[in-house]
Write a protein that binds this ligand. Sequence first.
Ligand code: CA
Length: 225
Amino acid sequence: MRLLIVEDESSISNFLKEGFEEEGFAVDTADNGKKGLTLAMDNLEEYDVILLDWMLPGMSGIEICRNIRQENKQIPIIFLTAKDTVDDAVFGLETGANDYIRKPFSFEELLARVRVLMRSHTSESTVFQSQNIEMNLDKHTVTKFGKSVELTQKEFALLEYLLRNKGKVCRRTRIIEKVWDIHFDYNNSVIDVYINALRKKLDDPSQPSLIQTIRGVGYKIESEE
Ligand code: CA
């Protein structure tokens, strides 16, 4: 899952980037309004959530939000705002944002709201199962036969993306767009390295691999139904 943070205070931006990356998100950041709008518009299909600061140099969060909404009505947008009057909050929602959170906020609270929005946006749960593997996004855990499996951030993100799209073929280019951020230097073999690592940790030698290779296209986790 990929997220855009538009925030000019680097301490907040870095803190959020680190936190979301630990949760397995790919994170892009912009420290001014114009850069934020450009990144958002160039990658609207790739972002799952956009976090917008209210007061930004160059262009306000509200202007960015209005521009995004002209192109895309669906993408979840959350305002990060220091403004705390009810009127401002109402205004934030009337610009087309889905939610707002007042500074200072806890990372856990923001993460919970992001998850809620992603759930209502995609109407998917936060627990995924396939074969003997269970992934719980709220607890940030993966288990195999009920036993905990340790995954790196990117392994976790890749497995989440494949499980969210269970039953569908996930194209390599799409995986890159959703799991890696904008600074990722596209290298074809990287996905295979991570897929192999996941297979080593998750597969049962007596069973077919959880993750199927679709030659020349990408990967797929079979849906059991
Ligand atoms: Ca600001």
